[in-house]
Design a protein around this ligand. Sequence first.
Ligand SMILES: [Fe+2]
Length: 305
Amino acid sequence: MLSETLTAETATSEADFSLSKTRIKDEDMPAFEDMEFEDLEQMHLDHPGANDEEYRTRRDYIASLGKKFRQTGVITDVEYTAEEQSVWQFVAAQLEEIQSRRASQFYLEAKKNLQISNERIPQLTEMNRRLGELSGFRLAPIEGLVETRGFLSWLSYRTMLCTQYIRHHSRPDYTPEPDIVHEAIGHIPMFTNTEFADFSQFIGHGARVASDRQIEELGRLYWFTVEFGLIEEKGELKAYGAGLLSSFGELEHAFSDRVERREFDLETVINHDFTYSDMQPVLYVVPSYKFLKDVTRKYIESFAG
Ligand SMILES: [Fe+2]
């Protein structure tokens, strides 16, 4: 079994996204053993695999590798079954077709750079090596959905917490919890881009200094941008949010008449209480990445002062 040690030696990139008060030195990097999370191993009652004993056992086994990582600092590769691989192959092929029409150019280039395959579930270790070459971002396995401050704070260490298990085969279009499809196809490609990696790190800094009210607002901003954002690109509407890009049902839905697409307004977004429902009824459109970066930077800088 392949394994890889995750070290804390990545230099932070300043770019135009520095916030001096929250700069992190490597020696200040917390140990992964110190991660504290709430309700990580609970599976939602509405999960399509909730009544499938075999699936639950398998999911919990793969989840336990996240816990093992925190004890050892070593990522264990998952030996995915043929059934798990076939879920991946089906979803990856469906997504590729829809993404070619609906995904932002920024994302499509990032995905190409990650060099994952539609034929095989990528391991966190191999994606870590690729990110190490390109942006210095890192992935750390985790057992399940993490509460907002915990998840976002780790971005400040250029680290994304990732699940490794895969959704239930009965609903390849949907998962109520993050899974390897959501992580590897939705989120991880974007981290190949140094600017996006810096942007994410900056959001992480914000999460570490935010008040309880601010972290709730920041969670909403993250939700309606990094998770479910739409963008205008060369006069066309495209998706850049990981939640959209990793669900072929939701990606089509986002462009349908059933969704209200609103112009992005910071005050509206940070006060918009969302639900983790199957499909989002309201989405927000940013005019450009520069706009998103500027708005986010100004907003987070207001936390410090
Ligand atoms: Fe996500």
